[in-house]
Design a binder for this molecule. Structure first.
Ligand code: SF4
Length: 355
């Protein structure tokens, strides 16, 4: 039997027309929207200010869905990784990163990932499917509901599994729902999109004229090395990528973050640091150096601490703003889809299905 669509898959602008279509006043659509995104209703019975007739008509067409938590692990630093099971049984990973007053949710946009970065657990099986808008949006609702009373999600980073700009319509709907006061009301500056950097898709996001953050997964200062590390982003020329990020800065006024995973013996020598400094000199940006999180079965290792320090010093010496992000959640395999992979492997080894 086909499953009904979820109310979380509806665009904010669709609620009032839906009410009108079902013979209700438009304000009933507004109230429905509030039940879904503000008041976290989990069933139609909870929507007490909607007429019984409206609720019955809705129940014939929609479900009030919340993606289920299949696993939930926390490390001593408070980083918490959730494996979420979608309605079709596929799994994704969502991570909560608490830092001082901030509660940041790292969300996924696809099941699997088509980019297949060589150091990443999530690209191992390629793309399985795109997430729907509701499946992307709900990750923030799920984490919000898992927080202790009095705490709220403050930031969203679209840096989980998948290449967000390869699921662009769903991403745009999620951005609008998180950002709009009629949705979750998170300020645009509190939402960051991470991408390997398809120029035309960066331009399309810039055209939204919102101050979202943009993070580019760069990982190499030379075209041929980048094509080796990000095999399915090989069509993007570095010069076109930099031109698009410059246009992004001009349109939004926000400097870009370049993410650079440090892989010992591959892209982390003084040569690469010098080339990276030359590539980005004078560019309004921040460079985030990320010592790789080793993945079982993959040969990539972190450089030694002094090599990381030297790499960073070369960037700083060239006048760039650079920091090292110490990987969080190693103990719970939180980096880039590793917990999800572990849960799936454990399940396929188990003789009885999980409850
Ligand atoms: S690092 Fe990101 S873009 Fe690359 S394969 Fe993993 S999820 Fe995809």
């Amino acid at each position: 039997m086909a499953t009904l669509p979820s109310l979380t898959d509806l665009a904010l602008s669709a609620f009032e027309p839906l009410a009108a279509e079902l013979g209700e006043p438009r304000f009933a659509g507004k109230n429905l929207r509030r039940w879904v995104f503000e008041r976290h209703a989990r069933d139609f019975a909870a929507m007490s200010d909607l007429s019984k007739r409206f609720r019955a008509a809705l129940a014939e067409r929609f479900v009030v869905r919340r993606t289920a938590i299949a696993a939930d692990r926390a490390d001593p630093g408070g980083t918490r990784a959730f494996v979420l099971r979608l309605a079709d049984g596929k799994t994704i990973e969502t991570v909560l990163i608490p830092e001082e007053e901030r509660r940041t949710v790292c969300v996924s946009t696809q099941v699997g990932c088509p980019v297949a970065c060589v150091f990443c657990a999530s690209g191992l099986d390629g793309l399985i499917r795109n997430l729907t808008p509701g499946e992307i949006i709900e990750q923030v609702l799920v984490v919000q509901e898992a927080l202790p009373p009095g705490e709220s999600v403050t930031n969203v980073v679209v840096m989980g599994i998948g290449e967000p700009t390869m699921n662009l319509p769903a991403l745009e709907q999620a951005l609008a729902t998180w950002n709009d006061p009629a949705g979750l009301g998170l300020g645009a500056r509190r939402i960051t999109i991470s991408t390997v950097g398809f120029p035309a898709r960066i331009d399309r996001l810039a055209a939204l004229k919102k101050e979202f953050g943009l993070a580019i997964s760069l990982h190499a200062p030379r075209q041929e090395l980048r094509e080796k590390l990000l095999p399915n982003a090989g069509g993007i020329l570095l010069r076109d990528l930099l031109a698009a990020t410059r246009r992004w800065f001009d349109a939004t006024g926000r400097r870009v973050t370049f993410e650079y995973v440090l892989l010992d013996g591959i892209n982390a020598s003084e040569r690469e640091a010098t080339e990276l400094a030359a590539l980005l000199r004078g560019f309004p940006c921040h460079v985030n150096l990320i010592p790789v999180n080793p993945v079982d079965g993959l040969p990539y290792r972190r450089p030694a601490p002094d090599a990381i320090d030297r790499f960073k010093a070369i960037l700083l010496g060239a006048g760039l703003d650079a920091t090292v992000r110490h990987p969080r959640g190693d103990g719970i395999a939180a980096a880039c889809g590793q917990l999800r992979l572990k849960v799936e492997q454990d399940e396929s080894r188990a003789t009885t299905p999980r409850a």
